[in-house]
Ligand binder design. Structure first.
Ligand code: ASP
Ligand code: MG
Length: 597
């Protein structure tokens, strides 16, 4: 029998009428012959109010009691939802996280799911009931109540869809889908019809913010199709699906995102030796600080500049940590800028970055916006700008890629029957419908691959003035020459000058060099003998320390890192070509990847 998980957020269950409206949706699906599991959040601002109340009583409320307190918000919602459905004549039963055996680790207020027992839910579903489950909560092995972190009900819903093998997970919210960018900043933003998990991940933790990013990681890992839609209309929302189902021909960019509150730290003149980058990031990971962008450019005079960004709120602590670490590794000093923002464009269609880079950088230049740092992933280009220019930068790129117009391009057909289901999906035991036991914790970090690319060369421009327009000029010439660009790395400037490096197919390196030589940006150097290594996976962003493990493993083998760039779903480094194979083996070993990856 088809099974659907429906999740209702706080605004969708804020009062009695809204709860009844949500109940009617569940009943509609039930009457169509679907088994229905409903996951609910706390009503309206309940969670915020409970947090405020706790703070009035205790300066630092103990985390265990916080979870005990916050879980009550969802418990109210499930009871009322079950009553609402019953009042409309359909059998329903509510459960807390503990009652369905949603077991987590013991990290109160930010617990991760280990396991879910499906027996009790399946029993109730088979009895014809609508099952209502409290989102956001579970229990640890000692029966302590835990919560999954703010916004965690999305993760509960996707996790239930995964273990129950649901056909889809519907997320009902107060917006009608995922938008091309934040409509509060860019009113011309449009609803996206279909987007892949990776695009959503690259956008989500950047600020598109419709869903808890752990829930997307989870959906990707278990191949759960998600439908984000409005509780207040019947309109189709946004489907978040596997890449094969989301790839549109002829479209480069799907969305643009802004991370407004970042701070940038630069460590000057870091000795260009194996292991040094590792000790720097090790100290940051130990302080539990989440690092966002990391950029290391090509070294000159035996030293490299390393820049990275953190949440602006973490700046003071990061500086304390980094200043000590910088001294220990013999770097020249630490600089920072408190008010920066990251603007990114994301799209499955940018297999090479050439055309996208050209358009993005040129449009920013025309708007008079200076690019401080650049980093890329397979499907994203991010730039760091001054915070006061952030909104203008976002509007500018949104317009440059026509995201304000009707989406072009052709979608692959999509329906429950044609969609690509991930083989990772835990299956129920078909015979007796009991627990799908998972060998690992459901939310464990999963590194899905370590890639080695030995086909590229690296081109570096050493004298790029720190003024609007240069990156645009460079990539216009590169595009005109028909060169394919993969990684782009630009660090912040020292004394008004910065380096800009990019990788191209080795056979195009000469062509690329000729194309950019005429601009008058000083020496252009080609390093033909490079290897690019990437670690990619799920949970990179929300699990601190992947970069640290990667840099540590390479450092231990004496492998020097020439360039670094990062995104939400991958970390790329460039090493010497001769060290590529060793580096690749080492990464496979460290991240326990088997032969096929
Ligand atoms: N009620 C929790 C919160 O406000 C969980 C959720 O709504 O997803 O963060
Ligand atoms: Mg939410």
């Amino acid at each position: 029998m088809p099974l659907l998980v429906q999740k209702f957020g706080g605004t969708s269950v804020a009062d009695a009428n809204k709860i009844l409206a949500a109940a009617r949706r569940a009943i509609q699906a039930h009457q169509k012959g679907q088994q229905v599991v409903v996951v609910v959040s706390a009503r309206g601002h309940t969670t915020d109010e409970l947090i405020e109340l706790a703070k009035e009583i205790h300066d630092h409320p103990p985390a265990r009691e916080m979870d005990m307190l916050l879980s009550t918000g969802e418990q109210i919602s499930v009871a009322l939802m079950a009553m609402a459905i019953q009042s409309l004549g359909v059998p329903a039963i509510s459960f807390t996280g503990a009652q369905i055996g949603l077991v987590t680790d013991s990290f109160h207020t930010k617990a991760r799911i280990r396991n879910i027992s499906t027996e009790r839910m399946i029993q109730a579903l088979n009895d014809g009931k609508v099952v209502i489950v409290a989102g956001f909560q579970g229990i640890d092995q000692d029966y302590n109540i835990t919560t999954l972190g703010r916004g965690g009900s999305d993760t509960s819903a996707v996790a239930l869809a995964a273990v129950l093998g649901a056909d889809a997970c519907e997320i009902y919210t107060d917006v009608d889908g995922v938008y091309t960018t934040d409509p509060r900043v860019v009113p011309e933003a449009r609803k996206i019809d279909r987007i892949s998990y990776d695009e959503m991940l690259e956008l989500a933790s950047l600020g598109a913010g419709v869903m808890h990013s752990r829930s997307i990681e989870f959906a990707k890992k278990f191949g759960v199709p998600i439908h984000v839609r409005s509780s207040f209309s019947d309109a189709v929302g946004t489907w978040i699906v596997a890449e094969a189902d989301a790839k549109r021909l002829g479209v480069m960019v799907t969305g643009a995102a802004l991370a407004k509150d970042e701070a940038r730290i630069t460590v000057h003149r870091v000795p260009d030796r194996p292991g040094v980058v590792h000790s720097l990031f090790q100290s940051i990971a130990e302080a539990h600080i989440v690092v966002d962008m990391i950029v290391q450019n090509v070294a000159t005079d035996g030293t490299a500049e390393i820049s990275f960004t953190v949440d602006a709120a973490d700046l003071p602590e990061t500086l304390r940590t980094v200043e000590n670490a910088a001294r220990a590794i013999g770097a020249a000093g630490v600089a920072h800028q408190a008010e920066v923002a990251k603007v990114s464009v994301v799209g499955l269609g940018m297999r090479t970055h050439t055309g996208v880079a050209k358009l993005m950088f040129e449009s920013l230049a025309q708007a008079g916006i200076n690019i401080q740092m650049i980093t890329t992933s397979e499907i994203k280009i991010s730039v760091l700008v001054d915070r006061p220019s952030a909104a203008l930068a976002l509007r500018t790129v949104h317009k440059a890629f026509d995201l304000d117009r009707e989406a072009q391009g052709v979608w692959p057909p999509y329906s429950v029957d044609t969609r690509t289901v991930s083989p990772n999906r835990p299956m129920q035991d078909a015979e007796n419908g009991t627990v799908a036991t998972l060998s690992q914790g459901m939310e464990e970090l999963v590194i899905s691959g370590a890639e080695l690319d030995e086909t590229q060369a690296c081109v570096t421009l050493f004298h790029v003035p720190d003024q609007p327009g240069y990156a645009g000029q460079v990539f216009r010439r590169i595009a005109d020459a028909g060169v394919f660009v993969d990684m782009i790395v630009q660090n912040v400037s020292t004394a008004g000058i910065t380096h800009l490096s990019f990788t191209v197919p080795r056979e195009q390196a000469e062509l690329a060099t000729r194309a950019v030589s005429g601009i008058g940006l000083g020496e252009v150097r080609v390093e033909p003998e490079i290897a690019k290594l990437s670690v990619l996976g799920v949970g990179m962003r929300t699990h601190t320390g992947v970069a640290t493990r990667m840099f540590g493993a390479l450092g231990d083998r004496g492998i020097n890192i020439v360039l670094i760039n990062t995104s939400e779903v991958r970390i790329n480094v460039v090493t010497d070509l001769g060290q590529g194979k060793v580096a690749h083996d080492c990464l496979r070993e460290v991240f326990a990847l088997n032969e096929s990856s």
